[in-house]
Design a protein. Structure first.
Length: 505
């Protein structure tokens, strides 16, 4: 390609520095083709320019120069987004060509656009941001024709909110039954010593606040604020806003009310940190809430877990316990959707989700109406193995459920016939719990249902009562409260049947 047609050829290339300071304050070596960059969002990531084999050295040098500007003055996520989308563009249209490419032409742009559809056209929008931005910075790598075409084109952006609008069962908001499943699974697993305190606390922070994991990653121990008012200890959590444009991860905060239960849980995390982690050179105000054993490379954020590590860990924990698809974004969607369903206005919802404006909360009000689950006896039996609502152990009546308390430990349903003679099971806690018997028992890990207890009659009574409330036009929030109990009773019935079959065999 001639110099006349190619403005890159013959141009004095920028002198790239051997290292730069990123927007997160990290000194990064950029002298070679592989840039190793740490960040709070993703930990350590590699950006390899040697894969751009079909591009001329001049083009790659200009690309690097422009990306360095974004690395220094924009967020790491923005820089990574530009790099990743250029790599996709290169592999789709430039990487398969045999001739070396000295500049990006309009034919390359048109070829890439032709491979996209309405749901992926946003990728070209990101490439447009990069290429037009490079031209404005003096690092242009595309022809004037290609640049003008991109500037003048109307491109679809990334389609947002589909999982919210459709209440997608795998990526949208959790249902009430699913939320109870997650809560119970977390509580039972922690009580049994199956998960770590930090995982338990992270799970409940997601349930309570619907936080972005970058906000959890940026938390420090000093963000839990306590004060005594009239002899009562009050908790407040200073949550880093983290994702606000042109703001450091801990450059702005939102103070939120913190319940006594969550406050005490975070105090336990801090106490455990003091025992497990010690850094004599670290100021008490710099200690992270959730520790990474490695010191890390980020100034002011030493020993902080990355957002990616937190998201991966909590997803593994919750999916392993509940069997649900539980990426951390679903907790945030759930908070937004439940708030909108309960009549919260857009400004309050934007505040709850820590949005700077209301432009992205309208999707929660566009969501399809929530439909209460049709739950009869047959459907309950089908869903029981999936819900895993029962947490106890089925026992026989011949001493298998004995707790030493005689009749005091037996659980009856006073609404059933022969309720004094036939017990549903035993309570293994041996203390007063204050919960409503026997409805709360089936989802309690201390409950020991008897193999020959009247569980089918109890299930029938629950379903009949639910159908009565539906016929009386009761609010679904009321009659769905016991749905998890219905599923737990159905699971007990199946377990009892299985045990009887084994005995008969």
């Amino acid at each position: 390609m001639t110099t006349l047609n190619n403005p890159i050829a013959g141009r004095a290339l920028p002198a790239l520095p051997p290292s730069v300071l990123t927007s997160e304050g990290v000194l990064v070596d950029v002298s070679g083709d592989r840039w190793i960059i740490p960040s709070l969002a993703y930990g350590i990531r590699e950006f390899d320019f040697s894969v751009l084999e079909n591009l001329s050295a001049e083009l790659v040098a200009l690309l690097k120069g422009g990306l360095l500007h974004h690395l220094q003055f924009k967020s790491f996520s923005h820089f990574q987004n530009l790099y990743s989308n250029f790599i996709w563009f290169y592999r789709a249209t430039l990487g398969t060509r045999s001739d070396p490419i000295a500049q990006i032409e309009i034919e390359h742009v048109l070829a890439y656009r032709g491979k996209l559809n309405r749901t992926t056209e946003w990728k070209l929008s990101v490439v447009r941001v990069l290429l037009t931005g490079l031209a404005e910075l003096g690092f242009g790598i595309a022809s004037e024709e290609a640049t003008n075409y991109l500037r003048d084109s109307t491109l679809r952006g990334n389609i947002k909110g589909t999982s919210v609008r459709t209440r997608d069962p795998n990526t949208g908001a959790f249902t009430d039954v699913e939320l109870l499943n997650i809560q119970s699974s977390l509580n039972d697993a922690y009580a049994a010593g199956e998960i770590k305190l930090s995982d338990f606390a992270t799970g409940w922070m997601l349930l309570s606040y619907g936080l972005r994991t970058i906000q959890i990653a940026a938390l420090k121990e000093c963000d839990l604020v306590t004060e005594n008012i009239d002899g009562v200890k009050r908790y407040e959590l200073r949550i880093p806003r983290a994702k606000q444009r042109d703001t450091a991860y801990r450059g702005a905060f939102k103070s939120r009310y913190c319940s006594k239960q969550l406050g005490q849980l975070l105090e336990a995390v801090i106490a455990e940190n003091k025992v497990k982690f010690a850094d004599p050179g670290m100021d008490s105000t710099d200690r992270p809430m959730f520790w990474d054993e490695g010191p890390g490379h980020l100034p002011g954020l030493q020993h902080h877990m990355s957002s990616r590590a937190i998201a991966k860990r909590i997803q593994q924990v919750i999916e392993g316990l509940s069997g649900l698809k539980a990426n951390t974004r679903r907790f945030r969607i759930t908070l937004g959707q439940r708030s909108a369903d309960n009549g919260v206005d857009k400004h309050t919802l934007a505040e709850l989700l820590d949005h700077s404006d209301t432009q992205n909360v309208h999707v929660y009000y566009e969501a399809s109406p929530e439909m209460a689950l049709r739950l009869d006896k047959h459907l309950a039996m089908d869903m029981a193995p999936l819900a895993q609502a029962f947490a106890g152990v089925v026992v026989t009546t011949e001493g298998g459920g004995a707790t030493g308390a005689g009749n005091a430990s037996k659980i009856y349903d006073r609404s059933l016939a022969n309720n004094v003679d036939v017990s549903l099971g035993d309570c293994g806690q041996m203390s007063f719990c204050g919960l409503t018997l026997p409805f709360a028992c089936y989802t309690c890990r201390h409950f020991k249902p008897w193999i020959d207890g009247p569980h089918e009659a109890f299930l029938e009574a629950l379903v009949v009562d639910r159908e009565r409330m539906i016929a009386e036009a009761t609010d679904p929030k009321i009659y769905t409260i016991r749905d998890r109990t219905i599923l737990a009773v159905a699971q007990v019935i199946q377990l009892c049947e299985g045990m009887r079959e084994e005995k008969g065999a």
